[in-house]
Structure formats: structure tokens, C-alpha cells
Design a protein. Structure first.
Length: 344
């Protein structure tokens, strides 16, 4: 029903506008008594064989929603009814910011992809905390954090620490987003020496709390083997809790979209089906190189149960969906969990 009826209607409208419309619609229908229970009965797959214990947290199933979908933590309680094992909110920055000028979100329908240059648009730290205080405790919540666009390079770490300290009581794990192609001063955020400095600062702050939160790093899918070797060394050197592979891509190879269409869209991060192979390559390389010594959350181009299983078999411990959720609909989560059970 989603792909045959709902998606064709939604795809007639601007992607960003329909995103906000959908949020309001999901909020509204969940005010109707019984809707949450109906959704859980349709989309949730409950089985102890799906449970995973990763970096000290117990996930009811290994399928999560990636950051960027619920940036401001306004819909995670409702989204929990669609079968997810965890949801990652953000990217959250200390202060609210508009992000890049619109139009900044584009569908590549023939490729089942999306190009975005949102630029960390979000309502800021305080707004996210206000929403997270409404947490009904249905599932694990991750906090994806970043810096404000206008922050000076010498203050990058301060931005991450501000978010980390404030969100610490409200999320279960953290993701340092240093690989988004749509933020300024991207080079410094990928410098190994700076990453060591940033991770050390956040880990030091973590020790000030009674409960330490797992800290993960989100990396790009475009890294070569030498750069991936550096990531493996970085994780080992800093005792990082895990890696998310991967973020969106700046590559445009092999797309069905015309060169004219891509030129019209311009720059931005590519997500969706075109990333399936690239993100799986990164996962497999990191898992093999490190001898599976740290958890990897696999994300990028998961549009089917087979795509998810491929990433898990390549070495991912958990997986996340985003663009696939938009293209394939909420049944995707249940289909993945059912396929995992068949393989168990």
C-alpha cells in the first residue's frame, strides 16, 4: 500500500515540505486511541533472538533509524511503534541554526537515492532536551552531535562538549558527526590529530558522570584503504566504543540520473541505494582489518532485508535505515527483522 499508493502521492511534493507534513501526520494519527498498538502489531517483530548487547547496551533488535530523520527529537516516541530497535536523533548543535539555503533536498527516483545539503539545520540543544524529557522509554536513543556552522575552528571541541554534557542524561549513546559533507571546515574534522584531541576531550567529560555513555564516530563512505587503516588505528588508540559506517557520499559515479540533473542539483551528500556497495565495502574492510575488535553500525543503501543481511554478514553488529525507509516504507524494518530470525 505504501509503495503503490502513499509514496507516489508524497513524491509529487517537495521532499523537505513532505517530510514536515509526514511528521505532523504521524503525530496526529498517534493521538487516536489504539493507533500505537495497531502499528506495533503490524510493524514490530518481537523475539528474544533479535536482542543484541552492544557496547554495554541491550537492543531489542538490531535495526535502527539513522540520524537526520528526527533531527529535533520530536517523533521518536511515535517512531518506536514502527518496529525499530533504536533511534538516533540529531545532528544536534549547541545553538539553533537554519542550515543551508533552500532548496537543499532532492530525490533521485530512478536511483532510489537522495541528495541533501541540509547543513545541520536543527532547533538547537535546548529544544532537543525539551523533547527528550518526554521519552517514554520504549527503546534506545542515540544522540548525534556536531558543531555550529559559524563556530571558529579553535572552538569546535567546545561545541561538541556543550552538546555532550547537556544531552548526557537523556540519550543512551553518542555519535560524533565529523564526516558530514555539508558543513564548513570539513578538513579539520577529518584530521587524525584533531580527532584524537576531540575524542579525548569527550571521553574525559564522560568520566564526570556516574554512568558512562558509549561514544561512536561516524565516518564517510568515500575513504580509501589507507584512511580506513587510520580509522582502525584511531579506534584502537583512543578506545572508542564503535564506528558508524557510513555517512552520505560526495561521489556521483554510476548514477542513472543525467549529468544535467546532477548539475542542476549541485553539491550535497548522496544517500540511498547508490551507497549500498560502498558502505558495505567500508564495513567489511574495517571488520576484517580489526579482526572484529569493535562494533560497527552499518548504514547506507539498505532498501531490503537482503541489503541489511549483507551488511551484517560483512561485519556490522547493528544496522540503520533512513533513505530506504522513505522509499520502501515502514514494512522494511519488519522485513529485516524477519530475515534475521530466519538466518538465526
Amino acid at each position: 500500500m505504501y509503495k503503490s499508493l502513499i509514496r507516489p502521492i508524497f513524491f509529487q511534493f517537495d521532499p523537505e515540505k513532505i517530510h514536515h507534513f509526514t511528521f505532523n501526520l504521524v503525530k496526529l494519527i498517534h493521538k487516536v486511541p489504539g493507533v500505537a498498538a495497531i502499528n506495533r502489531s503490524i510493524f514490530s517483530v518481537e523475539d528474544s533472538k533479535l536482542e543484541r548487547e552492544v557496547f554495554g547496551l541491550k537492543f531489542k533488535n538490531p535495526v535502527g533509524l539513522a540520524a537526520g530523520f528526527d533531527k529535533n527529537a520530536v517523533l521518536y516516541n511515535e517512531l518506536a511503534n514502527y518496529g525499530f530497535g533504536f533511534i538516533e536523533i540529531g545532528t544536534v548543535t549547541p545553538r539553533a541554526q537554519e542550515g543551508n539555503p533552500k532548496k537543499r533536498l532532492f530525490r533521485l527516483q530512478d536511483d532510489k537515492g537522495i541528495i541533501n545539503r541540509m547543513g545541520f539545520n536543527n532547533e538547537g540543544l535546548e529544544a532537543a532536551i525539551k523533547q527528550l524529557k518526554k521519552n517514554k522509554g520504549k527503546l534506545i536513543i542515540g544522540g548525534n552531535i556536531g558543531k555550529n556552522t559559524d563556530t571558529k575552528p579553535e572552538d569546535y571541541t567546545a561545541d561538541y562538549l556543550t552538546c555532550f554534557n547537556a544531552l548526557h542524561p537523556y540519550v543512551d549513546y553518542f555519535v560524533l558527526n565529523v564526516s558530514c559533507p555539508n558543513v564548513s571546515s570539513h578538513a579539520k574534522l577529518n584530521d587524525k590529530d584533531y580527532l584524537i584531541e576531540l575524542i579525548a576531550a569527550v571521553q574525559k567529560a564522560n568520566k564526570n558522570f556516574d554512568i558512562q555513555r558509549p561514544i561512536l564516530l561516524k565516518i564517510a563512505p568515500d575513504l580509501n584503504e589507507g584512511q580506513l587503516d587510520e580509522i582502525t588505528e584511531l579506534v584502537k588508540e583512543t578506545n572508542l566504543d564503535g564506528v558508524i559506517a557510513s555517512n552520505t557520499s560526495t561521489a556521483r559515479g554510476g548514477l542513472k540520473a543525467s549529468d544535467e540533473r546532477l548539475a542542476e542539483i549541485g553539491n550535497g551528500g548522496l544517500s540511498g541505494k547508490p551507497l549500498t556497495a560502498a558502505s558495505t565495502r567500508v564495513i567489511k574492510y574495517l571488520a576484517d582489518k580489526s579482526n572484529n575488535s569493535f562494533p560497527i553500525i552499518g548504514v547506507g543503501g539498505i532498501h531490503s532485508a537482503e541489503d541489511a543481511l549483507e551488511k551484517l554478514n560483512a561485519g556490522a553488529t547493528l544496522v540503520q535505515v533512513y533513505t530506504g525507509f522513505i522509499y520502501e516504507g515502514p514494512k522494511l524494518v519488519a522485513n529485516i527483522n524477519k530475515a534475521i530470525l530466519k538466518q538465526a
